[in-house]
Design a protein around this ligand. Structure first.
Ligand SMILES: O=C(O)CCC(=O)C(=O)O
Length: 325
């Protein structure tokens, strides 16, 4: 069996696969340098850990904007990493497709140590309810600095192969929810160096990374799908951390609007999951379930209708009062 067949076999069997030395390390080094410049400017690093991550330094004031890495996200280098012919060829093989579509939105995340004021880690989840569209989507997750389990590498889980969406439970994490542990099978966490990538399907459970180290864990993420599969409009409408795509692509030479005349059949975003989460958080809060607090905060801010938002706000206030007494 050649290397490509082995990777494909593992991806189809497990729902994820690690691909060593996939991404261009010179480009990753440029992005890593950009990250270090921002951390230094913001006063939240003071050197490197023994394993090579930027060492975390507590900010003088906790500020969620310290977790936004717009310069790296908007850099054309980030795009070029994922457009590399070797990446596209691998995606074609894994998805059994002639034409691949690279989602325009890319993520750059910094995961601060678990014992710091800036720690913020998504619970174990599946990507599909947020992304929707193609069930063949693949997420590519890759570190900018060496990472292992102790310093925040991303855990992935096996599930029964025939399962798609798994049950959720309330949790005190940034989204307010996590997958029920009973639905998860084997957990795997990999040691990865710059250039290595973890690839997983849109239904593959992942998340709950715990950074027990002293450094910042940095990762870049992109999503890929067959060009002929549907794409939810929410994946194209607006970039992250920029007003619009024109602002986002300003100054780019090669890859700006690469998707303009080449995108999959567009479908509406289905708000069913968001509604279910908001209404379930409200009904659980009414029963006094304190674990609903994080999900209520989301419902209070982003709930799809005004009555849901105000109901969630009132319940949050009543929880605050309960704590005061
Ligand atoms: O980087 C992390 O800890 C979470 C990443 C994630 O949830 C994702 O790639 O969908």
């Amino acid at each position: 069996m050649n290397k490509l067949s082995r990777l494909k076999d593992a991806y189809e069997r497990e729902g994820y696969v690690v691909v060593r030395e996939l991404l261009d390390t010179a480009t990753l080094a440029l992005l890593a340098a950009k990250v270090v410049r921002q951390l230094s400017r913001d006063g939240v690093t003071d050197g490197f850990t023994s394993s090579g991550q930027p060492r975390f330094k507590e900010p003088t004031q906790a500020d969620p904007d310290l977790l936004k890495f717009a310069d790296v996200m908007r850099s054309e280098w980030t795009e070029s990493l994922f457009q590399a012919p070797s990446v596209i060829a691998l995606m074609k093989a894994l998805m059994n497709t002639e034409e691949v579509f690279v989602h325009p939105i890319k993520w750059v995340r910094g995961l601060a140590p678990a014992n710091s004021s800036l720690h913020c880690s998504p619970g174990v989840h599946q990507d599909f309810p947020e992304l929707q569209g193609s069930s063949r989507q693949i997420t590519l997750w890759a570190p900018l600095f060496f990472v292992d389990e102790g310093s925040g590498s991303l855990p992935v889980y096996n599930k029964q192969p025939e399962e798609t969406l798994l049950p959720l439970e309330l949790a005190l994490n940034p989204s307010g929810w996590q997958l029920c542990a009973a639905a998860l099978l084997n957990r795997s966490v990999f040691e990865l160096k710059p250039g290595d990538a973890l690839l997983f399907n849109t239904f593959t459970p992942h998340g709950g990374a715990a950074n027990a180290g002293e450094g910042w864990r940095f990762s870049v993420e992109a999503r890929f799908q067959p060009l002929s599969d549907p794409l939810a409009i929410s994946n194209l409408e607006k970039p992250l951390l920029a007003e619009d795509w024109h602002a986002f692509y300003q100054g780019w030479d090669t890859w700006g609007f690469y998707w303009k005349d080449r995108h999959p059949p567009i479908i509406e975003f289905d708000p069913t999951w968001e509604r279910w989460r908001d209404l379930t958080a409200i009904s659980e809060a009414l029963k006094g379930n304190q674990k609903a607090v994080a999900a209520l905060e989301i419902a209070a801010q982003f709930g799809v209708s005004a009555p849901v938002r105000s109901c969630a706000r009132r319940l949050l206030e009543s929880f605050d009062h309960a704590y005061e007494h």
